[in-house]
Design a protein around this ligand. Structure first.
Ligand code: ZN
Length: 206
């Protein structure tokens, strides 16, 4: 029990520290370019001690949800969009998370967040946050500088191709999924390199 209290205090300190580092990310001239959004995401993730395996594995589900909410809040600020509330729910075992356009919320699978695979969990939150960014871009013409891309995203939101019906290959190559997968993969790849250098995170997969 005391461990949780200590970790909660740590989380508050981190939010204050990274607010300074991240503040002012997207004021005025729209969101920063994709590469800069990715670099800033790495900076945010590096400052969250709860993402270290020895800390993460001690956290209960609600503490874990709060860590993900904190990541989402920081990422949203960097991306110049409002943050989404994060909910934890039981989902289809094959699903890790989802972004709901109607409520503008991100749902993370209870089973997924209970696991100690930090990279997969970060991947999920960054991926779903990217969908929130795409959706915000579609609803706010002129926000995202690449008009052609926004048009593609708009069409794809209206005609989404679920994996259960169309299969993984078609699902992953539709515009909003291809973009969210590559964005999150880039973040994870670079974050894992940083973590490996610091010897903090062990790979749980081959
Ligand atoms: Zn997706």
């Amino acid at each position: 029990m005391e461990a949780y209290i200590a970790v909660a205090a740590l989380a508050a300190a981190v939010v204050m520290a990274s607010a300074g580092a991240v503040g002012g990310g997207a004021k005025g001239g729209g969101p920063p370019p994709r590469a800069e959004q990715i670099s800033k995401a790495i900076e945010i993730l590096k400052q969250i001690p709860e993402l270290r395996p020895e800390v993460w594995e001690r956290l209960d589900l609600e503490s874990r949800r709060q860590v993900l909410q904190s990541i989402e809040n920081h990422l949203a600020r960097v991306q110049g969009r409002p943050p989404c509330p994060i909910r934890v729910e039981r989902m289809n075992p094959r699903e890790f998370g989802g972004y709901d356009r109607a409520s503008k919320t991100i749902t993370v699978s209870e089973e997924h967040i209970a696991s100690d695979d930090i990279y997969e969990i970060i991947d999920t939150i960054v991926h779903e946050g990217r969908h929130a960014y795409q959706h915000y871009a579609v609803e706010h013409p002129g926000f995202h500088s690449d008009e052609r891309e926004v048009k593609e995203w708009k069409g794809n939101f209206e005609h989404y191709l679920p994996a259960e019906i169309y299969g993984m290959e078609i699902y992953r190559s539709q515009p909003i999924e291809a973009d969210a997968w590559s964005f999150a993969e880039e973040v994870i790849k670079r974050f894992s390199e940083v973590s490996d250098e610091r010897g903090e995170v062990k790979h749980s997969k081959g």
